[in-house]
Design a protein around this ligand. Structure first.
Ligand code: CP
Length: 340
């Protein structure tokens, strides 16, 4: 098989293979000539039915750095607005000879359908589907944690090892607090699975209204009290989640979650200077972006020296280069990576 659809599909060995390959890719990106010939003659289609800044640009950059041809497709301005189905869009891409399709879609499961319905022969990479999964975001988050908290010495970036196995491969022993709108977050779902696979311990922190049904089956702890979690667990990484206003309603009618009172939300769940001061010196502050500054994270926290938010974006290019390389650069590399 040949797709990356969910972090739940990745074994520890798969994940480490991707992170190690990403480290090799990152090393090439500090060279004067960043481009590699690896995917020359291959075509990567970015198929985005939902808005994106970081993920779309990052996949485009990654594919170009590997010398692939890139086609960017946005549902806005395409025949999707005339009612064209995912199937017919996929058949069109197949006719154009796509080797990989990177898909973001508002419907959970759309990448899985694209991969398994027989419409395309290409590798399918999930770039975010509904509230379900965003596997490359979780991989770039793990890559960032490994660089800062586990393998900094081994990776040559300097710093203090606080967790991880002796070879600096996994995240064993790392404590991660994931804070905010868990209900709507594919980033949270992807991170819970991947971080667990890599040996980290995750505590989700959210208001009761923004905790998903069934969370008790996830491999993590859940708390409603941010100050308690920061004080009692002393997390090595705090990952703030965006409040996804577009997936909420003002009234909570129709089954959607209520939009929380912003002042109350910030008071109880926002990361600000006071809460930063509760954290150990080595703790890093993460956010997948885009941020609601002043709501889930203050400017002081987002711009503090502990924040690795911009670095997460940079690491996204290396991680996506690794994923495209492992999926497209031959059967052997795909099997070694354990990608589906
Ligand atoms: N983190 C993330 O997925 O950002 P974009 O929506 O800008 O791609």
């Amino acid at each position: 098989m040949k797709h990356l659809l969910s972090t739940a599909d990745l074994s520890r060995a798969d994940a480490i293979r991707i992170l190690d390959t990403a480290a090799q890719m990152a090393a090439t990106q500090s060279r004067e000539i960043k481009k590699l010939p690896t995917l020359r003659g291959r075509t990567v289609v970015n198929l985005f039915f939902e808005d994106s800044t970081r993920t779309r640009i990052s996949f485009e950059t990654a594919a170009k750095r590997l010398s692939a041809d890139v086609i960017n497709f946005s549902a806005k301005g395409s025949s999707v607005s005339k009612g064209e189905s995912l199937k017919d869009t996929a058949l069109t891409l197949q006719a154009m000879g796509a080797d990989a399709v990177v898909i973001r879609h508002q419907a959970s499961g759309a990448p899985h359908t694209l991969a398994h319905a027989g419409w395309v022969d290409s590798a399918v990479v999930n770039a975010g589907d509904g509230m379900h999964q965003h596997p490359t975001q979780a991989l770039l988050d793990a890559f960032t944690m490994r660089r800062h908290l586990v393998a900094r010495g081994a990776a040559g970036a300097g710093g203090t090892r606080v967790a991880g196995d002796p070879t600096g491969q996994d995240l064993a022993g790392l404590k991660v607090a994931v804070v905010g709108d868990v209900l709507h977050s594919r980033v949270a779902r992807s991170n819970v699975h991947l971080l667990h696979t890599l040996g980290a311990h995750v505590t989700l922190v959210a208001p009761p209204t923004l905790v998903p049904v069934g969370v008790e089956t996830w491999p993590c702890d859940v708390s409603y009290h941010l100050d308690e979690v920061l004080a009692e667990t002393a997390p090595d990484a705090v990952m703030m989640l965006r409040v996804q206003r577009e997936r909420m309603s003002g009234s909570g009618a129709g089954g959607g979650a209520f939009f929380p009172n912003p002042l109350e939300y910030t008071r109880n769940y926002g990361l600000d200077g006071r809460r930063l001061a509760l954290l150990p010196d080595h703790t890093i502050v993460m956010h997948p972006g885009p941020m609601n500054r002043g709501l889930e994270i203050s400017a002081e926290a987002a711009d503090s020296p502990r924040a690795v938010i911009v670095e997460q974006v940079a690491n996204g290019v290396a991680v996506r280069m690794a994923v495209l390389y492992l999926l497209l650069a031959g059967e052997a590399s795909t099997e070694r990576a354990g990608l589906e």
